[in-house]
Structures are given as structure tokens and as C-alpha cells.
Design a protein around this ligand. Structure first.
Ligand SMILES: C[S@@+](CC[C@H](N)C(=O)[O-])C[C@H]1O[C@@H](n2cnc3c(N)ncnc32)[C@H](O)[C@@H]1O
Length: 305
């Protein structure tokens, strides 16, 4: 079961008109979607997007509601998706970033460092790039950079070196093979703190799926597609995602983005968003206890001006 995080907070902040049109850009198992439609009127409409066709098809079967439209797409193509549906503007757009429990639990997808599986990690199985291509094909410096930049992995240098020396003998095929290489490359103390492969797996997954680029691409489109007062709700799970969302919302909610030492405004930048709360919503202690995944979740909400 995928337990949706910050469910009440997200849906309460997302709905500004119960008759409106909403987009769930990260449908997953439909946890947020279910609660969203329960709180909308019969004439409302919801478009659920996921780039993972397997998940989309499974979730589609769980719903029988004429208000719903399911689309397989990367959310970075949001404008095109809505244009093809002849939808001009919408009342709310939400994103619950990252992977769903379905993807983690499906052993052959290669997302989990607990299960042995081929090194895949693709959300969209039609794409070419897999984690296997990266660990076996990229140079040591490139792997180090990926682990450092997208995993904030302290031992990126050791791990990259170990990967390259291992693969000189044979290709790295499976998740647990990679976990083993990582365990041997980092100090024992590090292995006792948290899972030593956690950050490397995050980094590889982000690169395989182009997660940060997709987020950067969708945010400006989302602002353009919102009706006045329409809501944008984004749930992120690590600092790299949250930084992008936070900086974007802050910049779009400012009237002037000239450097502070400019005597007068020359940028003519006008706010397009209003922040609904300066600080992100985070999980209550009850939710953190019952759903550990929620502990790192941050929900940021803004309204279109
Ligand atoms: C955390 S899950 C969403 C869970 C969902 N809110 C629920 O409660 O069941 C994230 C989902 O977004 C999808 N996803 C991630 N990045 C995407 C992108 N760029 N475009 C479309 N779908 C994406 C993943 O395939 C995954 O199914």
C-alpha cells in the first residue's frame, strides 16, 4: 500500500473551487486523487498524469469515475498534455514527487536497495537510460559528480572509484551487487548509521529519470496554466527538490528581482504567485510515526495572483 503523505493538508490547500478542474501530475497509486475527488462536486474534472504506464494502468482500474482522465506522460510536458485535452486553465495543480511504494515494492524495477533486481530504476520503461548504463558506462569523475551532486554523498569519491575498479572485472548487473560495492567502499561506521546505499540510489534514480530537470520545467508551465486564485501544491522529499520549489515560489511571489543594491527597480518583474504559507507544511508527529516516508516530506503551496 502506498500511504499518501500530507493528504489532508495537500487537498485542503489545493481545492479553491469544488466545481473546478485539477491536475495530479504524479498520480502513483491514486492516494491523493481519491481524497481529491471525494471532495469535489459532480461537475468537477481531474486529470491524473504519470509517466509510469504500469502504475497508471493499475491505478486506472481502481477508479470508475467519469470526472477522471488518465494520461501517461512526463509532467514536464504539462502544457502539451492540457492543450491536447482542450483545457485552457485549471484551478489546481499538485505534485507528490519521487517514487511510489508500488515502484519500490516491484522487485524487478531496481529502485530498492533492499531487494535484488536488475539495475534499472526507470519510471518510464520505454526510455533508454537505466542505472545499469550509468554505473557501467560513465567515467569515474562523472559517477563521482552524480553521487555528490544528486545524492549529497560524502563518500562519492570512494564509491565511484570502487565502482570503476569492480567493473574492470565484470559489469555490475544487480542492485545488491552495487550495494555490496558501496558497503565495501565506505567506513564501517557509515554503514551502521543509515543504509550506506541510500544516497547513491537516490542520486542514480534522479539522473535516470531526469527528476530535477522535469521539476524545473514544469513549475513555470504550472503557473501559466493556473486560473487566478488557482493553487499549486508541491510535496518534495529531499533538499534538492525542495530548494527548486522554494526558490521558484519565492521568485514568482516577488514584485522586483533587481539586486538589492540597485537604487530603483529596472526588472519590471511582477509577482504571479502568492505564498500561502512562508514555511512548508510538514508531517505531524502522528503521521511521522505511522508513515515514516512522511518524515522528510515538505509541502509548499502558492496561489496564482
Ligand atoms: C510519490 S508517487 C505519487 C503517489 C500518489 N500521490 C499517491 O498518493 O498514491 C510519485 C509518482 O509520480 C510519478 N512521477 C515522478 N516523476 C514524474 C514525472 N516527471 N512525470 C510524470 N510522473 C512522474 C512516479 O512514477 C510515481 O508514480
Amino acid at each position: 500500500m502506498h500511504e499518501p503523505v500530507l493528504l489532508q493538508e495537500t487537498i485542503a490547500n489545493l481545492i479553491c473551487d469544488p466545481h473546478g478542474i485539477y491536475v495530479d501530475c504524479t498520480l502513483g497509486g491514486g492516494g491523493h486523487l481519491r481524497y481529491l475527488i471525494e471532495n469535489l462536486e459532480p461537475d468537477a474534472r481531474v486529470i491524473g498524469i504519470d509517466k509510469d504506464l504500469d502504475i497508471l494502468n493499475q491505478t486506472r482500474l481502481c477508479f470508475n469515475d467519469p470526472r477522471l482522465t488518465f494520461i501517461q506522460s512526463d509532467f514536464r510536458d504539462l502544457t502539451q498534455v492540457l492543450q491536447e485535452l482542450n483545457v485552457e486553465l485549471v484551478d489546481g495543480i499538485m505534485m507528490d514527487l519521487g517514487v511510489s511504494s508500488f515502484q519500490l515494492d516491484e522487485a524487478d524495477r531496481g529502485f530498492s536497495f533492499h531487494e535484488d533486481a536488475p539495475l534499472d530504476m526507470r519510471m518510464n520503461r520505454e526510455q533508454f537510460l537505466t542505472a545499469r548504463e550509468i554505473v557501467n558506462g560513465y567515467g569515474e569523475a562523472e559517477i563521482r559528480e552524480i553521487l555528490f551532486k544528486y545524492g549529497e554523498e560524502t563518500y562519492a569519491r570512494n564509491i565511484a572509484k570502487a565502482i570503476v575498479s569492480y567493473r574492470a572485472e565484470k559489469d555490475i548487473e544487480s542492485t545488491l551487487e552495487l550495494v555490496d560495492i558501496i558497503k565495501k567502499a565506505v567506513p564501517g561506521k557509515y554503514c551502521r548509521e543509515k543504509h550506506p546505499a541510500r544516497k547513491s540510489f537516490q542520486a542514480l534514480r534522479i539522473v535516470v529519470n531526469g527528476e530535477l530537470e522535469a521539476l524545473q520545467a514544469v513549475l513555470p508551465q504550472a503557473v501559466k496554466m493556473l486560473k487566478p486564485k488557482g493553487r499549486l501544491c508541491v510535496i518534495s522529499f529531499h533538499s534538492l527538490e525542495d530548494r527548486i520549489v522554494k526558490q521558484f515560489m519565492q521568485e514568482k511571489s516577488r514584485n522586483c528581482i533587481c539586486p538589492p543594491d540597485f537604487p530603483m527597480c529596472i526588472c519590471e518583474h511582477r509577482a504571479q504567485l502568492k505564498l500561502i504559507s512562508r514555511k512548508p507544511f510538514i508531517a505531524s508527529s502522528e503521521e511521522s510515526t505511522s508513515n515514516p516516508r512522511s518524515r522528510s516530506a515538505k509541502l509548499r503551496v502558492a496561489a496564482r495572483i
